[in-house]
Design a protein around this ligand. Structure first.
Ligand code: ASP
Ligand code: MG
Length: 418
């Protein structure tokens, strides 16, 4: 069996869903189709949530807009299927009813209960359309099957629980086609959880791992993995084959094409990942697979924006390495801050992190008694895998570089934003 994943951009309107149906009906293998929320619905639901939490009745209009756009898509796709359309109405009414009571104090909990509706609506519409096209899809509510802990908004999978439920639900006994949601799951107690923004790729990889898929295909609006973001370097080239290792390094450095957590479940079972274009489905795209693939030989350029560099100096002038380092990292983890670069000298430590101001400030407060801190704001991290002197010159020319780190395969810079 194969797992297909369609992200928000691929299902942003009725034409997108018709295109999905065409791609799906061209697949002869047994298939699990993982679908995200339509277009920018997740962002829109985040705005509904915020308005609702602060008691702003504007949330009703916002939700109405989301309802309107879903209803129009359904109307376009199955105009005479009234039962199909009233299913959508029922599901919107369910969220409206949920919002008619006051919010719980736990924001992350409420986030997951509300934002998860985007995936429910999208998959119901997609499955209904596939059915009306003469396919035999089975819609699966992944909540209740993909079981997680209760770290809302960033839930972790409980493997044993999830594995047995998923194997029995996706049995392929009386269908060859399942449609289900990315990004969402639930606790054992049945509370909805989410896996973190853009988490649908990760869902696809988890299902593939558990069901021993032959491959995962992620359908994107780009031709595959490129050796740079074409918005940054317009002459970016497609990479035909990339190793798991390379893909992990790329996503860690900030490449946005696939979710960073996607690779591990695939690597562990040696399942290849194809990144293909839903705009040009006849093209081959990129294959991410086991580590012995031939090197493509191209430098790979990655930029991570919105960074902040923090320099920490122990107030008592003690060495930075050793105990200081372990205490600092403990605090970073406790504050939920991911470190993108670390560089330590005798009595100072430089780290580059995502500029999430609230988290950074509360961390600095915790560190302030022992360390003096210097910020460098408005910086970005530039990485080149398989660098050459020309590649380095190309992206550092004329830039103010605050930090450079070089290994045999990778060079990274922290540079002032231009
Ligand atoms: N709909 C979710 C988001 O926009 C998950 C996903 O698209 O992967 O983050
Ligand atoms: Mg998305």
């Amino acid at each position: 069996m194969i797992v297909y994943k369609f992200g928000g951009a691929s299902v942003k309107d009725a034409d997108g869903i018709r295109n999905l149906a065409k791609i799906v009906s061209g697949e002869k293998e047994k298939l699990v189709v993982v679908v995200s929320a339509f277009g920018k619905t997740t962002n829109a639901l985040e705005r509904v949530l915020k308005a609702w939490v602060r008691g702003d009745k504007e949330y009703i209009t916002m939700l109405d807009d989301i309802y309107g756009s879903h209803r129009r898509v359904a109307e376009e796709l199955f105009p005479s299927d009234n039962a199909g359309k009233s299913k959508i109405d029922v599901l919107f009414a369910r969220l409206e009813e949920y919002l008619s009571r006051p919010a719980e104090p736990d924001y992350d909990y409420e986030y997951d209960q509300i934002v998860s509706y985007g995936e429910i609506w999208s998959t119901v519409i997609v499955a209904r359309f596939l059915e009306n096209c003469g396919l035999n899809p089975r819609w699966i509510d992944i909540r209740g099957n993909l079981i997680t802990d209760d770290r809302f908004r960033d839930a972790d999978i409980l493997w044993n629980e999830s594995s047995s439920r998923i194997k029995s639900v996706f049995s392929f006994n009386d269908t060859n086609l399942y449609v289900t949601q990315g990004f969402i799951g639930s606790t054992i107690a049945g509370q909805t959880t989410t896996l973190g923004r853009e988490g649908s790729d990760y869902t696809a990889a988890l299902l593939a791992n558990i069901l021993d898929a032959e491959k995962v295909v992620v359908w994107k609006d780009v031709p595959g993995l490129l050796n740079a973001d074409p918005k940054w370097l317009p002459d970016a080239l497609l990479l035909d084959e990339v190793s798991y290792r390379e893909a992990v390094e790329m996503t860690f450095s900030g490449a946005k094409v696939i979710h960073p957590k996607t690779i591990k479940p695939l690597h562990n079972k040696n399942i290849p990942l194809h990144v293909r274009s839903f705009i040009a489905p006849e093209e081959k795209g990129t294959i991410v697979k086991s580590d012995n693939v031939l090197k493509h030989g191209l430098p790979v350029f990655i930029k991570k924006e919105n960074q902040i560099m923090v320099s920490l100096i122990p107030r008592d002038f003690s060495f930075a390495m050793g105990e200081n380092l372990s205490r600092i990292f403990y605090l970073f983890i406790r504050h939920g801050i991911k470190v993108n670069i670390v560089e330590a000298s005798a009595v100072s430590i430089d780290v580059c992190i995502d500029d999430d101001r609230m988290k950074v400030e509360s961390l600095i407060k915790d560190l302030a008694t022992e360390f003096s801190t210097i910020y460098n704001e408005n910086v970005e991290m530039l990485s080149i895998r398989h660098y050459t002197p020309e590649a380095i010159e190309r992206i550092t020319h004329g830039r103010e570089i605050l930090l450079e780190q070089k290994t045999r395969s990778t060079v990274r810079y922290v540079a002032k934003k231009v």
